[in-house]
Write a protein of this length. Structure first.
Length: 214
């Protein structure tokens, strides 16, 4: 049985280690991760690595892993993190920037999936979620690149970012070792004509494709 209070306590402890700062160097390799669930209690995790800024795919790894924790809003990293750790360890390349299909610090305890994994791998990370979890915001204008801040009180914890004209925006927030301007810049620069950044879009594509085959 999941002890939620212990996990929440751990999140609060880890969130104090999150560092928001502008990336010093332009990344040469970017990675994305996503999961699907081919059967009950089994996760299929995919990790992809792309050249930046060309966005050419240079590596894709995947693995299936047992899932011990059910889906609980706000505790996603404990459900998906173990499988992501396994597929990350399989990568032959060393990425400079990580993208996750989930929240960064736009989270009740400032430790969404991207923030937790940033600390785990000690890598700059960005959370790019399709839906809102936490914080106050208003919708941005309809043009690509338009955004509005997600706020917790007076603190800016993320952005609602339009990555294609007239398409539903994404909820983007720092994991760690990046700042909000990095999140906007690199999310837009990795959206290769699609709504989603290419690292998570490809990871999602392969996770769904492989799900049918395992």
């Amino acid at each position: 049985m999941v002890n939620m209070s212990n996990l929440i306590k751990l999140q609060r402890e880890l969130s104090s280690k999150v560092v928001l700062k502008k990336m010093r160097d332009i990344p040469k390799l970017v990675a994305g991760f996503d999961l699907s669930f081919p059967s009950k209690g089994i996760a299929l995790a995919v990790g992809v690595v792309l050249k930046y800024p060309e966005l050419d795919l240079i590596e894709m790894k995947w693995i299936t892993s047992k899932v011990d924790i059910p889906y609980i809003p706000g505790l996603l990293s404990f459900r998906e993190g173990p499988a992501i750790k396994k597929v990350y360890a399989m990568l032959e390349s060393v990425p400079d920037l990580l993208f996750f299909d989930g929240q960064g610090i736009a989270h009740p305890r400032k430790l969404g999936l991207a923030a937790h994994m940033a600390l785990t791998f000690d890598k700059p990370s960005i959370g790019v979620a399709k839906s809102h979890l936490f914080g106050r915001y208003k919708m941005p204008s309809e043009k690509r690149g338009d955004f509005e801040y997600i706020c917790n009180g007076n603190e800016k914890i993320g952005v609602v970012l339009r990555t294609k004209d007239g398409i539903k925006p994404l909820f983007v927030s720092p994991g760690s070792f990046v700042n909000l301007s990095d999140c906007v810049e690199y999310t837009l620069k990795t959206c290769n004509g699609y709504k989603l950044p290419e690292p998570t879009r490809l990871a999602d594509f392969y996770s769904k494709k492989l799900k049918k085959e395992v």
